[in-house]
Design a binder for this molecule. Sequence first.
Ligand code: 4NP
Length: 157
Amino acid sequence: MKKISVLFVCLGNICRSPAAEAIFISLIEKNGLTDGFIVDSAGTGSWHIGKKADSRMRIAASRRDLNILSRARQITSKDFDQFNYILAMDDSNFRNIQDLKNRTTSTDFSSINKIQNFRSVFNEQEVPDPYFGGDEGFDYVLDILEDSVSGFLASIS
Ligand code: 4NP
């Protein structure tokens, strides 16, 4: 059977989208669905290409038994042909993804959405950027994403 491919996207690809990716990977593992998916994350920006996720996010995630292994990369027009679902963390990411799509001749295979459209517990319309804030912001991002990422998985399964 053809795998379902999912790409989580934020600005730097070192805080929010690697966390969303790790939460999704953990959820599909727990549900015996790993073989059915290709999962990745990317940033709209290029500053952190090749870097590990921010250590503050890796530490907060490890307290929840989530292992963030990804290395930052930038989204490219090829991603529109390769991923079924592209999920933006905030409105700015969403607009930047749409702008990139409009500048390319992609076959537009992807469904582009905001991850917070799948929320049920938290009211946040966007996943707040924790990069310039304190450690508690990283835990809050994980709380929000555990809710909306599981809502997304439920919506497609
Ligand atoms: P992310 O967080 O988009 O969740 O990875 C950020 C990481 C780095 C920067 C901004 C946001 N930055 O400005 O370098």
